[in-house]
Design a protein around this ligand. Structure first.
Ligand code: ARG
Length: 460
């Protein structure tokens, strides 16, 4: 085989070469090139394991490992694959032949691209999940920092997007923190799912050389070795787990984004987007658009599409490796790439938000304390059912008169229920409403401080 010419890992049994149309559809180098550092890492470990098994001499192992280091240096310095390289494994193998000569031809002993690609993709995934986790952590940090400054600030909380009850602004911000905490738990679980070593499984039946798999596991940082070679080469559950975890991250980002987009509209005016995270309009000079947040809102769709494509690919596939699996990396890389761009943009958007505490507080109207009025009556031994009815009549009266609940004369309260006394006016203050909710997980100022402490502890 001449230098720079078509390098193939197979082909001896064919009289002629593959048709261009087959080569074009079969080639995955455009996608899997980014596995190269892991392909080299696992090949170095594999050569050492072949050495331990007595398949390679120490000189072969040394030549292969030094050769792989030079290959890594070349690719790291920008050496591009040839159009004829079928995939990343072929690319690395071609360069290794140039760098190491004859020993290079011994490296692929007892292994297949089937256990090789599964191993490389798992290594890539473990690395990617650690990166995504770090980005999630940064977003959580930003949410906690913003929340710390807003414990005393009060805003309406919404159910059905209708004003419901007053809450601490920090409480609302932290709601998003906890969703991201669950995401980090799922990311950790996806990492565990990826950390099972397939190498040593060969094409399907297991390597015929007694290669030490625990040595490979240790060298490559896996938690355990796969217990079944047929399963190992066809298992892409770890990608499904990763994509599911990322889909939920996308879903959570979309909900943070939607809250902020809504609250940043002129109609709400609760938050203002920082200049660095706002875009303008080519036509309307006044515009301040939250593009990053809108892209975050849309992103869940992309992750879900990746997850769906993978699951449909896996469903009904025969056991073992099938070429359909080559497409798994498109979905995996797309979802991780999307997240890698989005998370810092959302973190930046949140970090540069300013809060209009006056507008938030002003959006809390008397009717939002209706439940507190009913609770007030309950404390005076009225049944909740009767209390609900009495306060409902007050709400209707205020609505008919076109005034806030807090503006009704005390006589109206007395008429609605005899248990109402002068001290009811305090119940119409949102601060009082919050102070009643010191229950764990509630929006009482002390409960929110405790919550903040728990959040901070998770970040340490
Ligand atoms: N490029 C292939 C993939 O990503 C590598 C495995 C090829 N295996 C094979 N038997 N052709 O799945």
């Amino acid at each position: 085989m001449a230098e720079g010419q078509d390098h193939k890992l197979w082909g001896g049994r064919f009289a002629g070469g593959p048709a261009p149309a087959l080569e074009a559809v079969n080639r995955s180098i455009g996608t899997d090139i980014r596995l190269w550092p892991f392909d080299i890492q696992l090949s170095k470990a594999w050569s050492a394991a072949l050495g331990t098994a007595g398949v390679l001499t120490a000189a072969d192992v040394a030549a292969i490992q030094a050769g792989l280091d030079r290959v890594a240096a070349r690719i790291g310095a920008g050496e591009a694959p040839l159009a004829s390289d079928e995939d990343v494994h072929t690319f690395v193998d071609r360069l290794l032949h140039q760098e190491a000569g004859e020993p290079a031809g011994r490296l692929h002993t007892g292994r297949s691209r089937n256990d090789q690609v599964a191993t490389g993709t798992r290594l890539w995934t473990m690395d990617a999940l650690a990166r995504v986790d770090g980005l999630l952590l940064q977003l959580q940090q930003v949410l906690v920092e913003q929340a710390e400054a807003q414990v005393e600030a009060i805003m309406p909380a919404y159910t059905h997007l209708q004003r419901a009850q007053p809450v601490s602004v920090a409480h609302w911000l932290l709601a998003h923190f906890w969703a991201l905490s669950r995401d980090r738990t799922r990311i950790a679980a996806a990492r565990r799912s990826a950390a099972v070593l397939p190498l040593g499984s060969g094409a399907i039946a297991g390597s015929a050389f007694s290669v030490p798999r625990t040595q490979l596991q240790r060298d490559l940082g896996f938690d355990s070795v796969s217990p079944n070679s047929i399963d190992a080469v066809g298992d892409r559950d770890f990608i499904a787990d990763t994509l599911y975890a990322l889909t939920l991250v996308g879903t959570h980002l979309s909900r943070i984004a939607e809250d902020l987009i809504l609250f940043g509209s002129s109609e709400f005016g609760f938050v203002r987007f920082g200049d660095a995270y706002s875009t303008g309009s080519s036509m309307m000079p006044q515009k301040r658009n939250p593009d990053a947040l809108e892209l975050a809102r849309g992103s869940g769709a992309r992750m879900l599409g990746d997850l769906t494509t993978l699951l449909v690919t896996l469903k009904g596939l025969p056991s073992g490796y099938n070429k359909d699996l080559q497409e798994d990396k498109r979905n995996l890389f797309d979802a991780v790439d999307g997240m890698t761009l989005l998370l810092p943009a959302v973190a930046g958007s949140v970090a540069t938000l300013t809060f209009d505490r006056v507008r938030m507080r002003a959006a809390v109207n008397g009717a939002m304390m209706a439940t507190d009025l009913a609770d007030y009556l309950v404390r005076k031994r009225v049944t909740f059912r009767d209390a609900h009815g009495a306060v409902g009549r007050l709400v209707r009266e205020a609505e008919e008169k076109g005034v806030d609940l807090a503006e009704l004369p005390i006589a109206s309260f007395r008429a609605a229920h005899s248990a109402f006394a002068d001290d009811v006016l305090a119940e119409l203050r949102p601060e009082t409403s919050l102070s009643h909710r010191e229950i764990e997980g509630g929006t009482g100022p002390q409960a929110v401080r405790t919550q903040l402490e728990a959040a901070r502890a998770l970040l340490r």
